[in-house]
Ligand binder design. Sequence first.
Ligand code: UDX
Ligand code: ADP
Length: 482
Amino acid sequence: MEHFENKPITRICCIGAGYVGGPTCAVIANQCPHIRVCVVDSNPNRIEAWNSDTLPIYEPGLKEIVEKCRNRNLFFSTDLQKEIGDAELIFISVNTPTKMFGFGKGKAADLQNLENVSRLIAEISVQSKIVVEKSTVPVRAAESIDRILNANKRDDVHFEILSNPEFLAEGTAIKDLLQPDRILIGGGNSTDSKIALEKLCEVYRNWIDNDRIITTNTWSSELSKLAANAFLAQRISSINAISAICESTGADVNEVAHAIGSDTRIGKRFLQASVGFGGSCFQKDVLNLVYLSEYLKLPEVADYWHQIILMNDYQKRRFALRITECLFNTITNKRIAILGFAFKANTGDTRETPAKFVCKHLLDEGAKLSIYDPKVPKAQIIQDLTMITDLNSEQLNECVNIVNSPFDAAMDSHAIVICTDWDEFKNLDYEKMYETMRKPAFLFDGRNIVDVDHLQSIGYNVEKIGRRSSHAQICSIRTKSI
Ligand code: UDX
Ligand code: ADP
């Protein structure tokens, strides 16, 4: 007997009101007015923020959609019991960070949240439901969810588990959700699984062409998410590796990226050399793939993917050291302006942001920092620096000043360090800033976004990623010693 009626989904519950769950459900509610969508979270502050004028995350276009749909067919609630109970389809969008203890420490994904919500779904449900993993999970996590659900459910309830990884990137989440390159849904072979998969496809078909919806088996879907992030991260580490060669030879990484990216087989995107990639996904997912490969006793495969992370660490370290060395090998008590703290433009997210690493290095060397970011709250920057440095809050207060404009940051500083590719940093009045700085004034562009010739004509010493340093001598010595 089949457990699901062949009628469209009308009630969706999403567990986890974060960067994935919030925007995804806002867009589903917007595109499917006939579906009631409720996002639940165990954190009452998050839910309160989603129900307020100040959403808990910044994402271009999100506020408009939330304001349009909220309390119409989009709801945010802490009542997990009721909303899970009423839903026909449940998205699991809880966080699965890298495990920081026990077996797999530093590599495997921590699946506590996933297990907790699976147990809760089984306990609450009195009707059959489709359960969809949206959180990025290790391959075969669906099997674990299935076993937990089936070991704890009522006899008359049936669960179908689908994998439907989310590929949105922060900063462009709404566009990515409205016009995705593809939707990926993995399921099983049973009739129930096929019905469940069709019902989820039907939700997406409200605004996405069928030929963009890819269906696979569950394990392919789970692995594709890890593989996609690993391939993207690999491109960045590859161009960053080339940037190191450029800095020692006189080649320019932007020119190289343009030249190789013009080959349609390589393509232009994700070849922007930088201070290193950040964000909640790339490092976590590559490490997850490394752990999986080790677990499967494929050490060569594990080493291959691990190199992406080692290269990223090397890139962040190289950039931080270049700052110290160009500033005559001492930055103790020197004021340095940090422009940008988010891991990329158009987000307030600081998870794994390279800025954190650069700041730690500069603070370890005794520098005083003035930090400006248009979207990251002051409290978040302080919290991140407290976690990464050995400084207590009193010491941090002495060494770090969070300011409200790039001009305040540059005032009286020896150097400007660009850590995030915010548009506003491309065309600042750098001449005005130069006048207020100590001389010689340096600018370290970790995102290759400024006009070097213009800045040099003002008088700046400009250091860019992937371009020979004006201190080439120092840098060649340094590269040997890293
Ligand atoms: C990524 C994937 O793109 C997305 O599909 C997945 O769902 C989640 O992980 P996200 O981390 O939000 O998205 O941002 P992304 O645009 O991929 O950038 C990640 C990091 O790489 C950022 O720090 C960014 O600045 C950096 N980056 C990106 C580069 O340094 N160079 C590039 O060419 C592209
Ligand atoms: P992502 O970037 O993957 O969306 P976030 O950390 O932004 O990750 O969001 C995940 C959300 O999941 C958080 O708001 C967190 O409170 C929520 N969450 C984690 N575990 C549970 C749980 N057991 N029950 C309900 N919500 C949970």
